[in-house]
Design a protein around this ligand. Structure first.
Ligand code: MD3
Ligand code: FE
Length: 207
């Protein structure tokens, strides 16, 4: 389950009930004060994935309190229960919680149709606390690379509904991406009829 130092995959960590609850909450956040949107990149590209943020609003390459790229509203709070779930996830992956800084933001990505995510590093947080990722819905191909280049060597694996993945230590700044989602592989009992949801919980290091 340790894919690389600090990168721990825990398949099927979420119960079906927890997945159902998260799907419900994600639906509410997606239609909340700052609706889910396709992020527009600084050079004009539009991400195929749709994202809604909690606690802080992420725009490449910054976090803000107000959603300047959408409607200027403040994003929904990062709820205490999600912070608690995150700490349980860290304990499940590492056997202990390594960071004491409170988790204060979640980026929720929705993949439908041919949506995918190119190889990138997550460097906008001013904290090296681990990123905690939860997947729900269709299975995807996840590509975990290295910290030097967006190319090889990388490890390809599948992330399925209910899987937990934690990226800390030397893996925190590794390149990674989602080259493909496999349609029709999710269980509609989660409440998600099609597509893939990914929640990443993070410490922004901002105040
Ligand atoms: C490895 N999300 O939101 S989750 C992202 O499935 C992102 O939506 C993908 O990459 C998704 O930035 C991948 C797995 C993941 C998330 C953050 C990481 C892997 C990571 C940060 C550092 C290293
Ligand atoms: Fe990422």
């Amino acid at each position: 389950r340790e894919i690389a130092p600090g990168a721990v995959h825990v398949p099927g960590w979420l119960s079906l009930d927890e997945q159902r609850h998260l799907v419900q909450e994600c639906r509410a956040w997606a239609t909340g004060p700052v609706p889910i949107r396709h992020t527009v990149l600084p050079r004009g590209g539009v991400m195929s994935v749709q994202t809604v943020c909690l606690g802080w609003h992420w725009q490449p390459y910054t976090y803000t309190r107000l959603a300047h790229d959408v409607n200027g509203e403040q994003v929904a709070d990062f709820p205490d229960w999600l912070g608690e779930l995150t700490h349980r996830a860290l304990t499940a992956a590492y056997g202990r919680t390594t960071h004491t800084d409170p988790y204060d933001t979640a980026l929720i990505n929705f993949y439908d149709g041919p949506a995918k995510m190119g190889m990138h590093q997550d460097k906008d947080e001013k904290s090296d606390a681990p990123v905690v990722s939860l997947s729900i819905g269709d299975t995807c191909l996840f590509r975990f690379g290295n910290t030097e280049t967006r190319g090889r060597p990388y490890t390809d694996l599948q992330l399925a509904s209910g899987d937990l993945f934690v990226f800390g230590g030397p893996s925190r700044y590794a390149y990674h991406g989602v080259p493909k989602v496999y349609p029709g592989t999710g269980d509609p009992a989660t409440g998600l009829a099609s597509g893939r949801l990914n929640l990443t919980m993070r410490v922004t290091g901002l105040r």
